[in-house]
Design a protein around this ligand. Structure first.
Ligand SMILES: [Zn+2]
Length: 395
């Protein structure tokens, strides 16, 4: 029986499965074959939704008397990009100069491999668990994220599962292992503005109504003044205009329509409702401005549509979880990690509705890149941090 105590061996098994979302490609089977001999009961629910590919997920639990700790993550990976540009084939798990190369090495098969090794060492050492540990692993984090963590949590809750805390093994460290624990995330909200004008001759603008003037007026109101100055735990909310489209090939024609899309990363001074209201207010006020539309009687004729589902801002206030993990990092590495809320969204946004959640994993420098790779030494260090954390958290 293999005991899965070596994170390097675990990671080789995971990387060599080409599990680009939504393909399972053997990655969950590999994980199951590590967890089942450790006494975990493993289930692999497949979730579907119209318009998205079916995705297989994994939930594994080993029960004991004490707190219930969840480890969450994903075994799917982003596509390899230009395969010829890789130093080693992206699913070969080649080791070179103390680093293992492969898609998912840090994001985040590496985190899964280390947590599995940590649990295996704990069980080997003690023969049992003081509390319960579960693995909540999705195959749909890098894709639409519809048949993944959100549904897996609902599914598990419906079976009566509940958790005291969760740790997500995403690569949270910007530069060196131990730099950063993420204790929250900004929210994300996107919208598209369409301005309807009147098409006409560029030499006779009074007969037309150029929607570009209206669109620029509206966007100006979103970009200035700034939405806020930041809060104690978060950087300032930021709005970026991500595309502006008119699609007009003629220089002498005023177009009929102009659109722009924006994305907002927002902090805990907002929720999606208050932020949407603020955006609507700014646009309605700006629509009447004449600066770029001299002599126009009617306000800018625009529509605003919100895109996708917003992802909510959250901040974890749980001294036991944050404190225990901070101490584990310090004990193994000798440095105090920064507690941060920076960066993009993650599946922690779903988990925060069920239990306190933090994120800590490998160094993220090469995630999603050609030649994604991990220091072999980091795999051992992260395993030790996780092992220490499990020991102290379940105690
Ligand atoms: Zn990831």
């Amino acid at each position: 029986m293999k005991s899965a105590t070596d994170p390097v061996e675990n990671l080789v098994q995971l990387i060599t499965c080409p599990s680009v979302t939504p393909a399972e490609a053997g990655a969950l089977t590999a994980l199951e074959s590590m967890l089942a001999p450790l006494g975990f009961s493993v289930e692999r629910p497949v979730f579907s939704e119209e318009g998205t590919p079916d995705v297989e997920n994994l939930y594994a639990r080993r029960s004991g008397n004490g707190p219930h700790l969840m480890f969450a993550g994903h075994t799917d990976v982003v596509p390899v990009g230009d395969e010829a540009a890789w130093k080693f084939p992206p699913f070969s798990a080649a080791i070179h100069n103390g680093q293992m190369y492969g898609r998912g090495a840090v994001d985040m098969k590496g985190g899964v491999a280390c947590f599995t090794a940590a649990v295996a060492r704990h069980i080997t050492k003690h023969g049992s668990l003081k509390g319960s540990i579960s693995f909540l692993i999705t195959g749909d984090e890098e894709g639409p994220s519809i048949n993944g963590t959100g549904k897996l949590l609902e599914w598990a809750k419906a079976k009566g599962e509940s958790w005291d805390a969760a740790i997500v093994g995403e690569p949270t460290n910007p530069d060196k292992l131990g730099d950063m624990i993420k204790i929250g995330r900004r929210g994300s909200l996107s919208g598209t503005i369409t301005v309807n004008g009147v098409q006409g001759h560029a030499a006779y603008p009074h007969l037309a109504d150029n929607p570009v003037r209206g669109l620029v007026t509206l966007l100006d109101s979103l970009l200035y003044p700034a939405l806020d100055k930041g809060t104690k735990d978060f950087q300032a909310t930021n709005l970026e205009v991500t595309t502006m489209d008119v699609g007009n090939p003629a220089v002498n024609v005023i177009p009929a329509k102009a659109t722009a899309t924006f994305n907002i990363r927002y902090n805990d001074s907002w929720n999606d409702e208050t932020l949407m209201a603020e955006i609507h207010n700014r646009l309605d006020r700006a629509a009447g401005r004449r600066k770029l539309r001299p002599g126009r009687k009617s306000p800018v004729n625009y529509e605003l549509t919100w895109r996708d589902r917003p992802s909510h801002v959250f901040l974890t206030h749980d001294d036991k979880l944050v404190g225990t993990l901070t101490k584990s990092v310090e004990a193994v590495i000798g440095r105090r990690p920064q507690l941060s809320t920076s960066g993009g969204t993650s599946d922690a946004r779903f988990i925060k509705d069920y239990c306190p959640v933090v994120e800590f994993g490998l160094v993220g420098k090469t995630m999603h890149m050609v030649d994604e790779r991990v220091d072999i030494a980091d795999l051992e260090t992260l395993t030790q941090i996780y092992e220490r954390f499990i020991e102290d958290f379940l105690a």
